[in-house]
Every structure is written in C-alpha cells, then in structure tokens.
Ligand binder design. Sequence first.
Ligand SMILES: [Zn+2]
Length: 166
Amino acid sequence: MPSYQARVRFVPTDKEIYNDETGVAMKGADILKQLRINNLWRNDREGKYFGVMFDGQTFKFREGQEIVVPVEIARHLRRMSAVCIGSDKLNGPLLPCLEIAETFDLMSPKIVEVKTTPTTCPICQIDQQTFPALMRHQMEEHSDVFKPVKKESKIRSTITDEVLED
Ligand SMILES: [Zn+2]
C-alpha cells in the first residue's frame, strides 16, 4: 500500500502564482488578502482559520501552520481552496489559496548522511579526536558492546581446538 503524505499550507506570500485565465501572475499575499475580502475566515477557540470540507470533515488551515494528509486528500483540499479573485464574486478568476509544499512516503526511511572522521566512535557517532582517545572511549563507554566480541573469539578458538584434536 502506498502511503504518500503531503504537507498542505497557504501559498507563501512572496510566491508568484500564474493565472491561466487572465495570464497575470499574482502574489500569494494578494490571494490571501482575498480571503478577508470574500469573508472566508472563520473563528474558533484557537483563532481564525480557513476551512475546507472533505468527506464530512472540516480541515482548518491557519496562518503559519501546515497540515499533513494523504496525497489524495491534499489534492482535493487544494482544489477546494480556490478563491475568487477580484471584486466580481461570480465571474472573477479562481486561484487556490493552498499549496502542496512537499509529498513524501511515510514508509520509506529518510536517509541522512552523517559526516564522520576516522576517530569518530562508530557506536555513538561522537568524534574522539585521537585514536588513543577513541580506544579508551570505547572501552569505557561501550564495554558492553566490546565484551561479546571477546567471548565470541574464545568460542571460536575452542571450536578450532576441537577440530584440530580430531
Ligand atoms: Zn561511543
């Protein structure tokens, strides 16, 4: 099952959004301004929000916040967020006031590159600066990790002894 999620938010105020209908680019700020002109803000205990309905549920968008939803819902919310631009509330061009900031797969782990030096402890990823310090650090801080290695080598040598005796 694909589990693509998307971050949905208001269009950034400084972003230019091109309008296919009018051929004019508009600033995100102008689209958001239109929310007030068209009286689309609502209020609840947490403050003002722009609500978009989906499947009987109201998704509340607030300034400075993003909502993470499955991609299919994100596309729907964006489509439903079209705001009529200008003073003509019936015939003005429609532009969405929401955008999909990023889509990502929840099931695939994000790979983050960790920069390490030769003296970085492979267990806790803390650089010990020198090799003697790294050795000391590993014996003191990770003795539990290093003990089984010793035991294992003892077992191996025992097995080898037995094989040799045969
Ligand atoms: Zn360590």
